[in-house]
Design a protein around this ligand. Structure first.
Ligand code: PEP
Ligand code: MG
Length: 892
């Protein structure tokens, strides 16, 4: 196996092997651009080193061979005291990980060759000693873990002693003295002298770059960016060119367009008489490219030409690093540049206008994640707010407000017109009014599929969950010794999970204003809004997957429609049993006879009918999947603990309350060890006579009412938690009878289908399809039951360890586990369709709005995904992207 490639041997498509930097240096070399000669040690060599702790067999010999070729190309030898070759040793992984790994410059310098370097530079002693001190500093820090501040302190001392503030004001003598000081720092920390053998320097630097793949910050960065842990980094060994040879030298970074806004026109920073790291480190104020034009017109013109060549070649925004050595321009790096979400959309649309790419390709240049970023209000962090803690960013956005600890208080404060952050250990359906009133929600327990997270996402409300360093009590929460009390102001960032003390200013999203139709007319021609519109329109024209929404109020349905939803894929009916209807639900649960139960149900039925009519109206002409009630009924009763205490106190005071006692008995009777696996979903419908019937009747009556108004209702009744066809058949038989009775001769058709969210249902989908006109995959429960992970507990409890061990790269509740849970989806899809070719298939779990999962559902061949209203545009975009990506559909 070959471990080392000369730049002339590679190309831009070899990123897996050569890393991004190496592949692009090779590409530029092949384009004839001025790249200093060099070679790349492959990621494969790094992987072997990290596995076995030593170099792969043959690597040393290959480096020798390529070094010799480099020496002959440059006409200089590494370590030659008279005329030394110096090299840089740079990391470069497949995916850019800026600043996460290591670089060592000026490798090859030692006590002897420093004079030779000075001669090479025309007797420039200052330059030679400056290069040497930089090598000791970088080598010390990177290879030998000498604390960086010790070098910085010594440099600072040298400047103070001389009474100057700028590095450039130190002369050769000062720098020579600094080298002596640096060597002392080096010996103090390593116990040995700075290595004088250039080849030893090179080997150690290469190893240090390999090792830096597993530095803590690199691991953290990879986890956050979902970069696989086993890729390893390549190492680029490049002949040094010098930007610190005097006023006619310098170094810079540049972009072919503005990476922040996407605005056309080159953009960059230049620093004269400096080496690469100085620009990024912000040691001195940089100059603009316009200044470079004044300083060195020839290099500037050449740079402009190269930038145009690169943009034309890569057909995208490129960023570059360059150095000018005594008026000669060298390209040190290029890549398709990182950019903000706004710039990604703007640039993609510009490139279409310029005829560089077509709209299909534009779809591949943006992501749903970027669109999501554009849809949330953002904090303006320029005031450097005090960070309090961090939890799981469960529902993106930025919100500030007064801290309150109860739903009731949230409603009160909001009614007084003040913004509120509802802080709870965890939320439950009772907190809904407070969650609606609050600007943001913060919990100390629960993960991304906890109640708080799911409900908040549904409402598009900012939510941070599982901030487990936070101790929540009745009227305050503590983080260590820091106490935050009711009425204090905090700010929560649902994207990053960060919580700040005080009010951080928030900027609204113009993209959402555009979807909502209330964009300030002055911004109507905003290039970003126009770009989003154009690219999404193309996604809609391209995608095969339809996009529905999860919505259970008329207001949510209306908003989702404005966001482009093509129906409702999941209308959860449980919230319709809360608030002032709670009393009716209690009556239903406590009923001692069929007659009492029937009475409670018939009181609920007109209320339900009104709920459904409102939603059907908003979705007139589009399908609305109404799910029959799913959670265990005891969720609608007070908590066992609270009620037990209340009753005990009443009894102690000799004032027993019969209703409370009955309630307590009911709560005890209904208490379950594993409520998620207990009396819920279809089981409830089979056990509580008349419950499902009431809902079915309300749905059918609402549909008939809308049809009578001249509307076009398209209801679909969905049965939750089915595991066996017999369950569905039983519910279906009763539902069909009621529908026939209510609909009569009206022009209303109501489909009946089921959730597929119990593994057994997926495995017996062929049977179940006999009784279902549609399947909707409930991937939340399917993941819960497929993995045996309690969906409300595990993310906060131990997923960090699973992520650390690489058991999965992302929570399976967030992105579909294609191999396991996804396999259940495939099996059910295949067997369901085999049994009933016109079976409609969709997904309504949280995964329906996750970009990677949308691609998976496209490949599996579902008909639609359904997600919360705010994710609808993201799913539209990702469904379009899925349709144009090479993998395409491997089904149908
Ligand atoms: C699911 O389980 O994926 C689902 C959509 O239902 P719920 O989240 O309401 O259990
Ligand atoms: Mg479910």
């Amino acid at each position: 196996m070959k471990f080392v490639y000369d730049f002339s041997e590679g190309n831009k498509d070899l990123k897996d092997l050569l890393g991004g930097k190496g592949a692009n240096l090779a590409e530029m070399t092949n384009l004839g651009l001025p790249v200093p000669p060099g070679f790349t040690i492959t990621t494969e060599a790094c992987q072997r080193f990290l596995r076995q702790g030593t170099h792969a067999d043959g690597l040393t010999a290959e480096i020798d061979e390529h070094l010799a070729a480099l020496e002959s190309a440059m006409g200089r030898e590494l370590g030659d005291p008279a005329d030394p070759l110096l090299v840089s040793v740079r990391s470069g992984a497949k995916f850019s990980m800026p600043g996460m790994m290591e670089t060592v410059l000026n490798v090859g310098l030692n006590d002897a060759s420093v004079d030779g370097l000075s001669r090479q530079a025309g007797g420039n002693d200052r330059f030679a000693w400056d290069s040497y001190r930089r090598l000791i500093q970088m080598f010390g820090k990177t290879v030998c873990e000498v604390p960086g501040h010790e070098f910085e302190d010594a440099l600072h001392e040298a400047k103070t002693a001389k009474g100057v503030t700028d590095d450039v004001d130190l002369d050769a003598g000062d720098l020579r003295a600094l080298v002596t000081a640096y060597k002392k720092v080096f010996v103090k920390h390593t116990g040995h002298d700075f290595p004088q053998d250039p080849r030893e320097q090179l080997d150690q630097a290469v190893e240090a770059v390999f090792r830096s793949w597993n530095a803590d910050r690199a691991i953290l960065y990879r986890r956050q960016e979902r970069i696989p842990a086993d890729l390893g980094t390549a190492v680029n060994v490049v002949a040094m060119v010098f930007g610190n040879l005097g006023a006619d030298s310098g170094t810079g970074v540049a972009f072919t367009r503005d990476p922040a806004t996407g605005e056309q026109g080159v953009y960059g920073d230049y620093l004269s008489n400096a080496q690469g790291e100085d620009v990024v480190a912000g040691i001195r104020n940089t100059l603009s490219l316009a200044d470079l034009e004044r300083l060195d017109k020839r290099s500037y013109d050449e740079l402009m030409q190269i930038m145009a060549t690169l943009e034309g070649h890569y057909r995208d925004l490129c960023d570059i690093e360059f150095t000018i050595e005594r008026g000669k321009l060298w390209m040190l790096q290029t890549r398709v540049g990182k950019r903000t979400a706004a710039a990604a959309f703007t640039i993609a649309a510009q490139l279409v206008d310029e005829g560089v790419i077509d709209l299909d390709e534009a779809l591949t240049r943006v992501t749903g994640g970027q669109l999501a970023q554009l849809m949330f209000p953002r904090f303006d962090l320029s005031g450097d707010p005090e960070s309090l803690t961090r939890g799981i960013g469960a529902s993106p956005g930025a919100a500030f407000g007064e801290v309150v600890f109860t739903s009731r208080r949230a409603v009160e404060v909001a009614a007084e017109g003040r913004p509120v952050i509802l802080v709870r250990r965890e939320t439950n359906p009772d907190d809904l009014p407070g969650m609606i009133a609050a600007n943001g929600i913060l919990t100390s327990r629960g993960g991304k599929t906890s109640h708080a997270a799911v409900v908040a996402r549904g409402m598009g409300k900012t939510c941070v969950c599982g901030a487990d360093r936070m101790e929540v009590s009745a009227a305050s929460f503590a983080i260590g010794s820091h106490i935050v009390r009711e009425g204090d102001t905090i700010s929560v960032d649902g994207t990053t999970g960060r919580v700040y003390l005080g009010e951080v200013p928030v900027r609204p999203s113009e993209v959402v204003q555009y979807f909502e139709g209330d964009l300030d007319p002055a911004r109507a021609n905003d290039p970003l809004v126009a770009a989003v519109h154009r690219i999404l329109t193309h996604a809609d024209a391209t995608r095969r997957l339809r996009v529905r929404t999860n919505a259970d109020t008329g207001a949510d349905a209306a908003r989702a429609r404005r966001f482009g939803a093509q129906g409702i894929g999941l209308c959860r009916t449980e919230h319709m049993f809360l608030g002032d209807r709670r009393e009716l639900v209690e009556r239903l649960i406590l009923a001692r006879s069929d007659a009492e139960r029937a009475e409670a149900l018939s009181a609920l039925q007109p209320l339900q009918r009104a709920d459904f009519l409102e939603i059907f109206r908003e979705m007139n002409g589009l399908p609305v999947t109404v799910r029959l009630i799913d959670p265990p009924l005891h969720e609608f009763l007070p908590s066992l603990e609270e009620l037990a205490v209340k009753v005990a106190v009443q009894q102690e005071h000799g004032e027993p309350d019969e209703k409370d006692e009955q309630l307590l008995a009911a709560v005890r009777r209904m208490h379950e060890q594993n409520p998620m696996l207990g009396l819920r979903g279809v089981r409830l419908g089979l056990v509580i006579p008349g419950l499902f019937a009431m809902q079915v009747r309300a749905i059918a009556e609402a549909a008939v009412a809308l049809a009578a108004e001249g509307g076009n209702p398209r209801p679909e009744i969905m049965v939750p938690l089915v595991g066996a066809v017999q369950e569905l058949e039983t519910v279906r038989a009763e539902a069909e009878r009621i529908i026939a009775e209510v609909v009569g001769s009206a022009n209303v058709r109501i489909l009946i289908g089921t959730m597929i969210e119990v593994p057994r249902a997926a495995l017996t989908a062929g049977q179940i399809a006999e009784a279902a006109e549609f399947f909707s995959f409930g991937t939340n429960d399917l993941t819960q039951m497929g993995w045996g992970f309690s969906r409300d507990d595990v993310e906060g409890a131990f997923f960090w360890r699973y992520l650390e061990l690489g058991i999965f790269g992302i929570s399976p509740f967030e992105s579909i586990d294609a191999d396991g849970v996804g396999r259940l989806v495939r099996i059910a899809t295949d067997e369901g369709r085999a049994a009933r070719p016109d079976l409609k298939l969709g997904v309504c779990g949280e995964h329906g709005g996750d970009p990677d999962s949308v691609h998976f559902f496209h490949r599996v061949g579902l008909d639609y995904v359904s997600c919360s209203p705010f994710r609808v545009p993201i799913a539209r975009l990702e469904a379009g992207r899925a349709a144009v990506t090479a993998e395409g559909s491997d089904h149908r």
